[in-house]
Design a protein around this ligand. Structure first.
Ligand code: C2E
Ligand code: MG
Ligand code: MG
Length: 720
């Protein structure tokens, strides 16, 4: 109260020194303060219960306020002991205390529980003083009783609020109109690490983490500037540099003129909740045993990929793999062993997959794999096969070697469906079919794909045998000069003499070999065989033009030059005798390492030809980067010559370009004299095609060389 009065006094003095609007404003502030102070005092005074007691606690006086508060009339209470008003468990020691603490004036108030006439317990505030007789002897006592919730004075309120703020678990930060910190509580220091001395006078930027964008900060500032209460989460920075999430309420306080005098923020450190949230998030999305994603996360990721695939028409697949015999292992060796097996399988699968593939553990013995980008649908079967193959090696748990196996169900999108539930159902259908079937380890959902996969696997198996059984051979197709009609080279083309199916086209088995990696073995065999043949021909005194060998992009690694050098060395063949044909897919990979390998091969003395030119994505500018000596125009552009307008334009552009790059040009698949004439007029260097010869066995090619077979250029010219 005294404080309020002092402030009133100061305001009235201030008003006396002012005039006009400023004075009116100060007076308004004064009026507000008085209004705040007055009702509290007058109201409580009227309601105050006053009890008169003798020194041992008997009631000698009971006013109307006491009647209203306790519900007993003065008549009822005269002569009663004050203990009647005490709760049951409080002894009469309270009375002695009352007396002993009292003196002639009302001193510090005490807050106690008392009982009313209808048994209700109420918190009251007591103030007492002693009465004295003329001789100065204490003769009795006057006790003022106020119900507690009615007796908070403005000052009490202020103290109480200050106390609450101080003791609060929430950090409190109060700034003035200039955004300087004017008050903080101890929770602020506990949470942020900054003491009063370190924070007062600074701005709240003291806690700025720097992670929020300008728009977010503008919203917070708007609240500080009075745009209304703002509640939200802010990342703050503690004194030790650590970032922490806080749940914050920010509000502005206005003075009597409506100007913002202060802002306050209340905040709590919610890092603990955030950790818990992250843990819950983990539990919701990951399998507790293996730590792999669960069905929920797999579905989320696949769902996103499907949304994208609808737009891009990209292929993807969902695989489900069920591990057999796990139930039996669990029954006989215990749950822990089967759990350890599942963890090991999870690791093997993860290891075998690419990073972008999603591996999840579904319920029980099932794993789910989402291949979000595959080039061809068949690739899904290769991945499934690779995963099942990881089970071939026994899993050793507690020195026991356990042999496991599995089945896989595969569904591909968008062909089998583009909705998540459909795909999951289809993968399950395929898996259940695979489990029931006796022979199939893996099955596609679509029958057509199963046929293709079967064929694929049959070819792969047989091709492995073919390598061992010597069913492979090389045919040679001559390249002839368009200047003189002479044989100036030949391309070695792989042939497979299948014992039952006869001659199998490389168009059938090369793609399978590429996908399975078998191409590496095939490629080595081709190189070896071509060099052996060249050596044999040279030994037979044949004058040999260079022989071109096709290389798969998969063969193209940093060891390739060394491998080729070793083969050349073994057969005593000069590098100039061998050309290498590569495809555009290798260039698209485009890395510097590819160029480095090419340079090495060129430095060894070998020619490099770019095969099937025009079917890929190479541009002229792009092509310049690569040390290519020969361009082979793809057969698909030769077919339309000389009648197809666009083919003519393409052929013309390719030849012009190759000439600029000083590359030799070979036209592939030339079948007619008209095609030859057109290409010759364009300035093409060589042709390769049925017009001169199909690919033929080595002996036939040697005969052509020996006989000096030539393309009759002039004779085949069409009449003008
Ligand atoms: P390629 O390297 O572009 O070979 C040219 C293909 O065109 C050969 O088919 C050849 O027989 C065919 N051809 C040549 N002249 C004509 C013609 O006038 N008309 C028609 N219709 N076709 C003609 P082939 O031998 O079936 O080989 C197909 C593809 O298989 C080759 O295309 C090549 O990409 C691949 N290939 C063949 N042998 C090997 C090999 O040893 N290693 C690798 N990596 N791939 C090979
Ligand atoms: Mg070729
Ligand atoms: Mg070609």
């Amino acid at each position: 109260m005294r404080e309020i009065l002092q402030r009133c006094l100061a305001l009235s003095q201030q008003a006396g020194e002012q005039s006009g609007a400023a004075q009116r404003a100060t007076l308004a502030q004064l009026a507000a303060l008085l209004a705040e102070a007055m009702p509290a005092d007058s109201a409580t005074a009227g309601e105050c219960a006053i009890l008169q007691l003798d020194l041992i606690g008997y009631i000698t006086g009971w006013n109307d306020g006491a009647r209203q508060l306790f519900g007993y009339s003065a008549q009822q209470m005269q002569g009663q002991h004050v203990l009647l008003l005490y709760p049951d468990d409080e002894g009469d020691s309270g009375v002695d205390e009352l007396v002993s603490q009292a003196d002639g004036s009302f001193g510090a108030a005490t807050e106690v529980l008392r009982r009313t006439s209808d048994g209700e317990l109420i918190w009251v505030k007591l103030e007492q003083r002693l009465h004295y007789d003329a001789a100065g002897e204490a003769v009795g006592m006057e006790v003022h009783v106020r119900k507690l919730d009615e007796v908070l004075s403005a000052t009490d309120k202020l103290t109480l609020h200050a106390r609450i703020i101080e003791d609060s678990d929430q950090g409190v930060l109060i700034t003035d109109a200039h955004e300087r910190i004017v008050s903080i509580n101890s929770a602020f220091t506990r949470i942020t690490g900054y003491t009063q001395e370190e924070s007062l006078g600074k701005t709240p930027d003291l806690l700025r983490s720097g992670v929020h964008d300008a728009e977010f900060r503008a919203r917070v500032r708007a609240a500080m500037h009075g745009a209304g209460v703002w509640r939200g989460e802010i990342i703050g920075r503690r004194k030790n540099g650590e970032l922490f999430p806080q749940s914050v309420t920010i509000s502005a306080v206005r003075d009597a003129h409506g100007r913002i005098s202060h802002t306050f923020s209340l905040f709590s450190d919610i890092s603990v909740h955030k950790d818990a949230e992250a843990r819950m998030q983990r539990m919701a999305n990951y399998d507790a045993l293996t730590g792999l994603p669960n069905l929920c996360l797999l579905s989320q990721l696949l769902g996103q990929a499907l949304t994208e695939a609808r737009r891009t028409q990209q292929h993807g697949a969902l695989l489900m793999i069920d591990i057999s015999r796990l139930g039996a292992i669990s029954d006989t060796l215990g749950h822990e062993v089967s759990n350890a097996v599942l963890c090991e399988i999870g690791q093997r699968f993860r290891h075998a997959l690419r990073e972008a593939d999603v591996l999840a553990r579904l319920d029980g013995h099932k794993f789910g794999i989402a291949l979000l980008h595959i080039e061809k649908r068949e690739h899904a079967a290769i991945v499934a096969q690779k995963l099942l193959a990881t089970l071939d090696e026994p899993i050793v748990i507690d020195q026991q070697a356990l042999q496991l196996s599995g089945h896989a169900g595969i569904t591909v999108y968008p062909e089998d469906g583009i909705e998540l539930p459909t795909l999951i159902r289809h993968a399950e259908v395929a898996l259940n079919k695979a489990i029931r079937s006796i022979e199939a380890g893996l099955l596609f959902y679509s029958e057509e794909m199963n046929q293709r996969a079967k064929e694929h696997m049959r070819i792969e198996g047989e091709l492995r045998q073919a390598l061992l059984n010597g069913e492979l051979m090389l045919y040679y197709q001559p390249k002839v000069s368009l200047r003189n009609g002479r044989i100036v080279g030949a391309e070695a083309l792989l042939r497979w003499r299948h014992p039952v199916r006869g001659l199998v086209s490389p168009g059938v088995f090369i793609p399978v070999a590429e996908e399975t990696g078998l191409i590496l073995d095939l490629g080595s065999w081709v190189l070896e065989e071509a060099c052996r043949q060249v050596r044999a021909w040279q030994d037979a005194q044949l004058i040999m033009p260079p022989i071109a060998v096709n290389l798969s992009a998969r063969q193209f690694d940093s060891q390739l030059p060394a491998r080729i050098a070793a083969v050349l060395e073994r057969h005593q063949v000069q590098p100039e005798q061998i050309n290498l044909e590569i495809t555009e897919s290798l260039l698209v990979r485009g890395a510097e390492s590819v160029i480095a390998i090419m340079n090495q091969l060129r430095a060894m003395g070998m020619g490099l030809a770019l095969d099937d030119f025009g079917t890929g994505y190479s541009s002229l500018a792009y092509l310049k980067k690569f040390p290519i000596s020969t361009l082979k125009i793809d057969r698909s552009f030769v077919i339309g010559l000389p009648n197809e307008e666009s083919d003519c334009a393409i052929a013309r552009a390719i030849v012009t370009m190759a000439k600029q790059l000083r590359q030799e040009i070979v036209a592939e698949g030339v079948e007619t004299p008209e095609q030859m004439q057109f290409l010759r007029d364009l300035g093409c260097d060589q042709l390769q095609g049925y017009l001169f010869s199909q690919p033929v066995p080595a002996s036939e090619f040697a005969a052509m060389l020996r006989d000096g077979k030539r393309l009759a250029l002039g004779a085949r010219l069409p009449p003008d």
